[in-house]
Design a protein around this ligand. Sequence first.
Ligand code: PRP
Ligand code: ZN
Ligand code: MG
Length: 223
Amino acid sequence: MTERLTIAIQKSGRLSKESLALLNACGVKFSINEARLIAHSTSHPIDLLRVRDDDIPGLVMDGVVDLGLVGENVLEEVRLEREAVGDAADYKNLRALDFGGCRLSIAVPRETPFNKLSDLNGKRIASTYPYLLQRYLKENGVAAKNVNLTGSVEVAPRAGLADAVCDLVSTGATLEANGLEEKEVIFRSTAQLIQCNDTLSADKQAMIDQLLPRIDGVQLAKE
Ligand code: PRP
Ligand code: ZN
Ligand code: MG
């Protein structure tokens, strides 16, 4: 019996629809039951795990799933965090994908004067990306304090929890709606297809080798 290849994708969020659409365009069909974590392909021995995007890099790095579709922002943040605590953080980057484009930026309230990055010295910056933020500040010789949140970063300045934010920006609507102005892009990201670093069974590897040229074909056709 062929072993089933497992792929983790974001359950609900900016990458979900396009991740499924990409697999579909490659001929890998699924019928999704919203209430279920796992979905079995109806066309291939492939299982989808629908999880929070933040969990995808770790699942791949721990070898719990074979492949993952995840934003480079989340991937790099988790890699830095795992390296810092000594957890396995290796993976293979198979493809950069053409969707899920966004940037991680520092933004300040409209009325805050801001001329240069060093204006943030001694300030508090709210983010869900503490490692990417600190790496950037360190590279630029700025000493600011992280305010670590797991969500609702954009309301932190108004709530008096922080002086600035470091958050994902796609259309800019969230910043705009919260009276924040983007000042500095610290990381640019698109979705990535990653594979766990363990040697997979011949069956699984053959499936991946078949999938990759299809992905390339789908991406080329969109250009
Ligand atoms: C990001 C970010 C903002 C929003 C920005 O959250 O935290 O809330 O998107 O997008 P906009 O510029 O188009 O308004 P996202 O839903 O991607 O991620 P999360 O739920 O994992 O925090
Ligand atoms: Zn997330
Ligand atoms: Mg958000």
